[in-house]
Design a binder for this molecule. Structure first.
Ligand SMILES: Cc1cc2nc3c(=O)[nH]c(=O)nc-3n(C[C@H](O)[C@H](O)[C@H](O)COP(=O)(O)OP(=O)(O)OC[C@H]3O[C@@H](n4cnc5c(N)ncnc54)[C@H](O)[C@@H]3O)c2cc1C
Length: 449
């Protein structure tokens, strides 16, 4: 049977795109190499996901299954300087309360939902080749079922949503690095029995800035069932230098865990949180990220989500970027298939590229040693900071995920973070943070739930 659209990968990008497409009357097949549920890194979501969940029809499931996230806390390693950024300061209504989710459960829920909308899903089916020039003008996709049985699928259009595997991007030889962003290594695990700070207990993701040659940070994400996700993202050069030393004692298999434990305990704030905690997951590593595909679509293919581009995860943007891309590109695929017209695909990708540029610049400002650091700024825009209110509002909006609406204006503000004259102007705003007061403003408001 020939599908209208074959999607490679059943992660959040693939499953949400499939749902949008099947609602337009297209026959959609997802090929997913693993058997769900499968674990995945990336558990904290931006509030801009909220309305997309509503539109996809999964909002009530999100509320029933996952913990809520009212904001972001940036801290220095010992917790003496911290800023709290509460989404309800810039967003009205229930969307300001976002979510944290264990990905095995979230991705399964999204894929099941796509199935319930009429999408055909074939798990344990790894795509191994794609012919974009099949004789009938469509595509032919070759796959291996359970690593053994060869299968062939034909379709009119294929979408690569294979995440960091970047299946089609690599096949076409289309991958490019973001010049501004360093190569990094991420190591992460889950913990039970942590001694949560008020901000974590409240649901804020906490980002600890490691600074120096590490050019790194630690995330702490409070999940349900007394689980705290803690991850470390550090500069690859620093990680490699440490590796040489740690290999001597811990060997090829143990050095990553040793590095992870060394670095998270090096931050006194994290060390205190973990005093009575036990690690309940083997350390997972993700490396060498930050790339994009030069060409993201053609006459019968498109590339979306992490397969199209991946930016450093410091601002927890990945899932939102994937969902938003699915929503933006779905009408383009429909138009392409129904009218042989590419115009919506072109304008959709132009808009996505501008939003990704905003995220890229925000990330490079975060790592720039000469730029203002988030932990030093107050996340509050109270009366003492009226003159800078609009800038704070912009940062809040960016932390919430507003990448696509006012890209040019936001780019100007982000560049100001790195401009020495502007830094001088901001100096008097540093050190004004009043963590307890601000935290009160970041509390989960029960009426929003
Ligand atoms: C260290 C780190 C921390 C992160 N933290 C966050 C965070 O806090 N918040 C956030 O929003 N994002 C975060 N992200 C990013 C987030 O995980 C991704 O952006 C998100 O998972 C992208 O979804 P996707 O559907 O595009 O890809 P994926 O979720 O990776 O899904 C791709 C799917 O394709 C399947 N697949 C791959 N190859 C094939 C093939 N050949 N055939 C068939 N199937 C295939 C895979 O099995 C997978 O299920 C983080 C990423 C990293 C690396």
């Amino acid at each position: 049977m020939k599908s209208d659209v074959i999607i490679i990968g059943g992660g959040p990008t693939g499953s949400s795109l499939a749902t949008f497409l099947v609602r337009e009357g297209l026959d959609v097949l997802i090929l997913e190499k693993t058997k769900f549920p499968r674990e995945h890194v990336g558990e904290s979501m931006l509030p801009y996901c909220y309305h997309l969940f509503e539109e996809l029809g999964v909002l009530e499931k999100m509320k029933a299954q996952f913990t809520r996230k009212p904001g972001v806390t940036f801290s220095n390693p010992d917790g003496s300087q911290a800023s709290h950024w509460c989404f309800d300061k810039v967003m009205e209504g229930p969307a300001s309360l976002s979510f944290h989710a264990r990905r095995a459960e979230f991705d399964q829920m999204m894929l099941d939902h796509a199935r319930s909308e009429g999408v055909r899903v074939q798990e344990e089916t790894q795509v191994v080749d794609v012919d974009l020039h099949a004789p009938d003008g469509g595509v032919e996709v070759r796959a291996l079922f359970q690593s053994q049985k060869e299968l062939t699928f034909s379709g009119r259009f294929v979408v690569d949503a294979s995440g960091q595997d970047c299946f089609l991007t690599k096949k076409i030889g289309n991958q490019q690095r973001f010049e501004n962003l360093n190569i990094r290594l991420a190591l992460s695990a889950h913990w039970h029995g942590s001694n949560l700070t008020p901000s974590l207990a409240n649901g804020n993701i906490t980002v600890v800035h490691c600074g120096g040659e590490k050019l790194g940070w630690i995330w702490m994400i409070p999940l349900k069932d007394d689980r705290l996700s803690i991850g470390l993202a550090i500069n690859m050069d620093y990680a490699q230098a440490q590796r040489k030393e740690l290999m001597k004692e811990h060997g090829a298999r143990g050095w990553q865990t040793a590095l992870y434990l060394q670095e998270i305990h090096d931050a006194p704030l994290v060390h205190d949180i973990l005093k009575n905690a036990t690690m309940c997951w083997d350390v997972v590593s993700n490396g060498d990220f930050s790339y994009y595909a030069r060409e993201k679509f053609g006459p019968n293919h498109a590339i979306l989500g992490d397969a199209a581009a991946f930016l450093d995860p410091i601002f927890s943007s990945g899932i939102y970027l994937g969902l938003h891309s699915a929503k933006t590109i779905a009408p383009g695929i429909v138009q392409r298939l129904k009218q042989q017209d590419d115009s919506l695909l072109r304008t959709g990708y132009d808009s996505l590229n501008r939003g990704y540029q905003v995220v890229e610049e925000l990330i490079s400002a975060f790592y720039d040693p000469s730029a203002i650091h988030f932990p030093e700024l107050s996340g509050s825009a109270d009366h003492a900071f009226q003159q800078m209110k609009s800038s704070y509002t912009v940062y809040h909006m960016l932390l919430a995920g507003d990448f696509f609406n006012q890209s040019e204006r936001y780019l100007q503000v982000i560049r100001a973070l790195k401009d020495p004259a502007m830094i001088e102007k901001y100096k008097h705003l540093k050190g004004h943070a009043a963590p307890e007061d601000e935290l009160r403003l970041c509390m989960i408001q029960s009426e929003l739930m």
